[in-house]
Design a binder for this molecule. Structure first.
Ligand SMILES: [Zn+2]
Length: 292
């Protein structure tokens, strides 16, 4: 279902503006969720805001199930985690303490430990946290950041790979992360670009065919905020960080699909070519540094 209605239930969570446009409406089970955009600051967000209990249910049960088997995490995320570890390693002193928030089964934590860092993880899915702790012999706490009692300045770096856009308020969340970091501490942050070429293409296809699920890079309501590079930068600045490096990549689409869908998805397969993905890829990857 697609609607151009111009009323929403909330003001912009970033700038407070009431000038909100509904760009898209997506059905998830019995519920309708809007992708809202603030006319003043450009932020995209889910409307209405999902409540924490609803979200908790989304991350329980079989979420991450494919990762909780030998080789599963490596097949799904191994290449990506290696690139992240390669990016972070030269930035950190040997033996630095690193926290991976939303670490799933802990593949990145394990990789960073193997490189000599004191890495640990937080994961909301208790099965993934337990499986990863046992399988890799690493520390994963099944807690939210707020439930942990880390001392301020405990970490040299925090990684938030495909996590920040799931939080109820990314700016406040990142500000809290900042208190855990030592002076000039780093955060590796990744999430998709709601305005990437691929995203715009799928939005168009979804509108033309009246099949909203075709907008495959739109992840409301699980993504409470959808970012562009510009709105991401505004969020980082508001939380006391500056971008020190930025790059793009394209996450491969491994879903088994029909010939029709494969044809529709062909342009995103083209963007996955390495040269194009670094220029046009949907996935945005930031290294940001705490100002103080
Ligand atoms: Zn705004």
């Amino acid at each position: 279902m697609i609607s151009n209605k111009s009323t929403t239930t909330q003001n912009c969570p970033m700038c407070g503006s009431s000038e909100i446009v509904v760009e898209f409406v997506k059905q998830d089970g019995p519920r309708l969720w809007s992708l809202a955009r603030c006319s003043r600051c450009g932020l995209h967000f889910t409307d209405p805001r999902p409540d924490p209990e609803y979200l908790k249910g989304c991350y329980s049960g079989d979420y991450h199930e494919d990762l909780r088997m030998a080789g599963g995490t490596e097949t799904a995320f191994g290449a990506k985690y290696r690139r992240y570890a390669d990016w972070l390693t030269p930035q950190l002193a040997p033996g630095s303490r690193v926290l991976d928030i939303g670490c799933a089964t802990g593949g990145l934590v394990k990789m960073l430990c193997d490189r000599g860092f004191l890495a640990e993880g937080l994961e909301l899915n208790k099965d993934s946290a337990a499986w990863g702790s046992n399988h890799y012999g690493i520390t994963i706490q099944n807690k939210t950041l707020e439930e942990c009692d880390f001392a301020p300045g405990s970490f040299a770096a925090v990684t938030l790979t495909d996590v920040l856009e799931h939080t109820l308020n990314p700016r406040d969340y990142l500000t809290n992360v900042g208190t855990l970091l030592a002076s000039k501490g780093l955060v590796l942050v990744t999430f998709p670009d709601i305005h990437s070429l691929e995203s715009r293409y799928y939005q168009l296809m979804a509108k033309l065919t009246r099949r909203p699920w075709l907008w495959r890079t739109l992840h409301i309501p699980l993504h409470i905020w959808e970012f562009t590079k510009s709105t991401a930068n505004a969020c980082f600045e508001a939380a006391g960080f500056e971008i020190i490096a930025f790059r793009r990549s394209q996450v491969p689409d491994n879903e088994k699909t029909s010939p029709f869908l494969r044809m529709i998805c062909l342009p995103s397969a083209v963007i996955a070519w390495p040269v194009l993905s670094s220029l046009l890829g949907t996935q945005m990857e930031f290294l940001i540094r705490k100002r103080q």
